[in-house]
Design a protein around this ligand. Structure first.
Ligand SMILES: *Cc1c(COP(=O)(O)O)cnc(C)c1O
Length: 427
């Protein structure tokens, strides 16, 4: 069934570590052979064996309007003809910055980078430079990219592969990263009290998406906000996943929360490698060349990446009804899944906000990393493969959110729900 993927995977392992350029793609936690993709269009992925899948990854977020969305494809083609990089400023970068600022609350200045990792790594350097403090607080199961300070109790692939300590991250670095359970405000307050005057930043995924989709409990983000105000701590909302996905203004707009610094990635690049960090003027003014917090990038603001991101973001800004449509589709899927899961009779949880959703096989609500880990992830493996066989492509890990794209039509959602029903019967 997957012959060509199998052949390619064997070949890939001879030249690429584990055969992949990003660990979760290797399917290790669900087992089996990763599917090699040939092309994608609208809501569908097509593999090298000619099979079609309804896609619930959307390139982990960027393909919010579906694959090969023509305005982005055409814009890239047009701009590629003018050279693919200059290493000098362009009008397009100014327009991109202005567009982002017009969409996102609390962003006075924004700097473009090439990945979410870079954005988050730069944001904490900036918070440290601004406050003159060393320590940061992050949450268990949250993922902020693979920079050293974040590889402590991290989510996504780190959680998927159950890596407790990442070799190569020095104790000197790790000791400055303090961790608490997501949704446990009291724990954060205790850490802040024990390290008074030492905490530069709290970095948080406002809606966690790297351990499944997990919503902030009532008052949690608000509590972090007031703690930061009281203690002079920089609140960094990592909106790499939620930015331009939950609303044009991301989680800040959707949840009514205010950050000091924000990080973006995924949707912002329309499928090209783009990230960004931005926020309050007073803090962003510390970034070089205005200040001494050094940060740079040869390909930052790359014209092809910028025109892809700009074209997508402009559409999201001009047609905010996209978000209503996406949410309606996600709720339709959620209700359909709920029905077939209930009929199946085994314990499950569905978490959903906007176009982010995940299913956990657990009888307890999934509110943090401990409860996500306690779910029956063996069952998730079987579920994943049963669906893959039926042409539905979920994230290959229980520790990831699913992302809907607006190219999905009711028929795709009905096909998915039917495939889930059949899959559950097979488990
Ligand atoms: C994906 C992700 C990152 C890292 O972005 P990359 O572009 O993969 O480096 C950071 N934070 C969050 C919340 C993410 O989901």
């Amino acid at each position: 069934m997957y012959e060509k993927s199998q052949q390619l995977f064997e070949r890939a392992q001879q030249s690429i570590p584990g055969g992949v350029n990003s660990p979760v793609r290797a399917f290790r936690s669900v087992g089996g052979t990763p599917i090699f993709i040939q092309k994608a269009e609208g809501p569908y992925l097509y593999d090298v064996d000619g099979r079609r899948y309804i896609d619930y990854i959307a390139s982990w977020g960027p393909m919010i309007l579906g694959h090969a969305w023509q305005p982005v494809v055409k814009a890239i083609q047009e701009y590629a003809a003018y050279s693919t990089s200059y290493g000098a400023p362009t009008q397009l970068e100014v327009e991109m910055a202005e567009l982002i600022i017009s969409m996102t609350p609390n962003v006075d200045l924004i700097r473009m980078v090439s990945s979410g990792t870079e954005a988050c790594m730069s944001a904490i350097r900036l918070a440290r430079g601004y406050t003159g403090r060393n320590k940061i607080i992050k949450f268990e199961g949250h993922y902020h990219g693979h920079a050293d300070p974040f590889l402590v109790k991290a989510g996504s692939g780190v959680a998927t592969f159950n890596i407790q300590i990442v070799p190569g991250v020095t104790p000197g670095v790790s000791q400055d990263t303090l961790t608490a359970a997501y949704n446990d405000l009291e724990a954060v307050k205790k850490i802040a009290a024990a390290h008074k005057g030492e905490i530069a930043a709290i970095i948080v995924e406002p809606v966690a998406g790297n351990m499944g989709c997990i919503l902030p409990g009532p008052g949690f983000l608000e509590g972090l906000r007031s703690l930061c105000d009281m203690e002079g701590i920089v609140l960094i909302l990592d909106e790499v996943m939620t930015g331009f996905r939950l609303a044009p203004g991301g989680a800040q707009e959707r949840l009514g929360i205010r950050a000091d610094l924000l990080t973006y990635g995924k949707v912002i690049g329309g499928g090209m490698p783009v990230g960004a960090f931005g926020g309050r003027k007073e803090i962003m003014q510390q970034v070089a060349p205005l200040g001494n917090v050094y940060q740079a990038g040869t390909l930052s603001g790359n014209p092809i990446a910028m025109i892809a991101g700009y074209t997508l973001l402009r559409e999201l800004k001009n047609n905010p009804s996209i978000y209503r449509e996406l949410e309606e589709k996600t709720i339709y899927l959620r209700d359909g899944l709920d029905k077939v899961l209930q009929a199946w009779g085994q314990p499950y949880q569905i978490n959903q906000l906007g176009s982010m959703i995940s299913v956990h096989f657990s009888e307890h609500p999934v509110i943090d990393f401990a409860s996500a880990s306690a779910a029956n992830n063996q069952r998730f493996k079987l579920f994943f493969h049963a669906l893959l066989k039926r042409g539905v492509y979920l994230p290959p890990s229980a520790f990831e959110s699913w992302f809907l794209n607006n190219a999905l039509q009711q028929k795709d959602l009905d096909d998915t729900i039917r495939a889930v029903k059949e899959s559950l019967e097979e488990l």
